[in-house]
Design a protein around this ligand. Structure first.
Ligand code: GLN
Length: 229
């Protein structure tokens, strides 16, 4: 399996680690393809991750190499192939460049929880229909700075439903009125994750936790498409 990872900004390496560790627990052979320029993207890419960052910076940074445009072209050419957009990635799915239709039917507002210091962690409710292994708690060692990853263990549920450690960093906010697709994650009354067919958009950062349900969803979607081929 070939999973593309947009190297636009944000926690790219954490996403890579998340995909690879999920692949091990699902017993799948997965290669993560870093996408830096338009030519890195072709029809061999079976699924894709749009990480968080600053969506405006990501749009500007990608102009030179045309990466974002080629990602959007790829999504239009392969509407069934799964894409996971986290935080700014969710914004890029909901509000693509001019002239393109949104890839998820959901209204979203940037930075609507407040400033950087209003970033927060919270347990959220996730319901994501999956087959096979749905979550893996991988204990991670402290990094070179002695920091251990957020939200280790204890919150996973083998059914794929239940609490998820939500990490919200200058997160965008969905507008409940403007959602015309499936709701897959809630924080109290707030909608924090949606799925529109093959596209999954969350306003938090699953890659910064050890709960792998969203990465498992991506790989399982790819897997089910390849069995249908
Ligand atoms: N504030 C960012 C934006 O508007 C999103 C933040 C994130 O990805 N953590 O694009």
């Amino acid at each position: 399996m070939r999973v593309g990872l947009a190297m636009l900004q944000g926690a790219r390496h954490e996403h890579e680690e998340a995909v690879l560790s999920t692949a091990v627990s699902l017993n799948l052979d997965v290669e993560v393809i870093p996408l830096r320029k338009a030519e890195d993207l072709d029809s061999s890419i079976q699924g894709l991750i749009l990480p968080g960052g600053e969506s405006t910076t990501m749009r500007i940074a990608s102009r030179y190499e045309g990466l974002l445009d080629s990602i959007y072209d790829w999504m239009e050419t392969h509407p069934d192939r799964p894409v996971l957009g986290t935080c700014a990635g969710a914004i890029l799915l909901a509000v693509p460049s001019k002239g393109r239709s949104p890839f998820i039917q959901a209204k979203i507002s940037r930075n609507a929880w407040g400033r950087q210091r209003q970033s927060f962690e919270a347990q959220i409710d996730v319901s994501l229909q999956q087959v096979g292994v749905t979550s893996t708690a991988v204990p991670r060692k402290p990094d070179a700075y002695g920091h251990t990853p957020l939200a280790v263990g204890g919150i996973n549920s083998p059914s794929g439903d239940g609490f998820f450690p939500g990490v919200f960093i200058r997160a965008p906010r969905f507008d409940a009125e403007g959602i015309k697709c499936e709701i897959i994650a809630r924080f109290g009354d707030e909608i924090v994750g949606v799925r529109d067919g093959s596209k999954c958009a969350v306003t938090f950062h699953p890659e910064l936790t050890t709960d792998r349900r969203f990465h498992a969803w991506l790989l399982e979607e790819i897997s089910s498409l390849s069995t249908c081929d």
